[in-house]
Design a binder for this molecule. Structure first.
Ligand code: ZN
Length: 61
């Protein structure tokens, strides 16, 4: 299954629910992948409100 982005937290997942917030509200229309390894030390993660490590989309429609 291709990667889909969670509409709530922007986490990218290949399953049918988001691994982070357990939402099933996923979109295949996303762009700009970035990887968060340590959310506490990433300015981008702070800006986007990300608190869990993983792969995220910058834009989700
Ligand atoms: Zn999510």
């Amino acid at each position: 299954m291709p990667l889909r982005a969670c509409l709530k937290c922007k986490h990218l997942t290949s399953s049918s629910v988001c691994d982070v917030c357990k939402s099933s509200n996923l979109s295949s229309d996303w762009s700009g992948l970035f990887i968060v390894i340590r959310p506490e030390s990433s300015e981008l993660a702070k800006t986007l409100g990300i608190t869990s490590p993983g792969r995220y989309a910058i834009k989700v429609r």
